[in-house]
Design a protein around this ligand. Structure first.
Ligand SMILES: [Zn+2]
Length: 179
């Protein structure tokens, strides 16, 4: 898998550097959660362009995000189809409340001003991530954030809908991997 991860160490430090203790190592891996994340965010002067930007946004504006101030995604798929890793796949990331303890997260980055979802190359990159993660973690189930109500405090949350059709994605993954 091509992963742009030069900044991963910095994202990791920004996420956990000012907190006591290390991130918890995950003991089980049951789900790959697919999320969406807008590149245009409030209180931030520029569009988000990298995992380190995403980590900084969450660190500086926990009140707007998941409150923990920590980077919530292990992986992101950018609009130019670059795949970027921000956290070890073996630690917990705060993206799905209690289900974070048993899951990996990938965020599909999109232009939330226009609400235009992934183009074909970005979507192919997402499928590549899903396939590779399924190789490493064979029992994993690919789910959308809003398919698991217990994974969010927000009622009627839309993530990654409407920009990703999870049923279609799973169908396409089955066709290519046979799993
Ligand atoms: Zn989400």
């Amino acid at each position: 898998m091509y992963i742009r991860s030069a900044d991963a160490t910095a994202a990791f430090a920004l996420t956990y550097g000012n907190m006591s203790g290390r991130p918890k190592a995950r003991e089980e891996t049951k789900y790959l959660f697919v999320h969406k994340h807008g590149v245009n965010v409030p209180k931030w002067p520029h569009r988000l362009m990298s995992m380190i930007d995403l980590a900084a946004f969450h660190a500086y504006h926990p009140e707007l995000t998941n409150v923990t101030g920590r980077l919530p995604y292990h992986l992101s798929v950018w609009q130019d189809s670059a795949i970027e890793q921000g956290l070890s796949l073996l630690v917990e990331a705060p993206h799905a409340l209690a289900l974070s303890a048993s899951s990996i997260s990938v965020a599909v980055m999109y232009d939330n001003d226009t609400a235009i979802g992934p183009g074909s190359t970005q979507y192919e990159a997402l499928k590549l991530v899903c396939r590779e993660i399924k190789e490493y973690f064979p029992i994993i189930e690919v789910v959308g954030h809003d398919e698991k109500p217990e994974a969010s405090n927000i009622a009627n949350k839309q993530c990654p809908t409407p920009i990703i059709d999870m049923n279609l994605l799973r169908e396409q993954l089955c066709q290519t991997t046979g799993k």
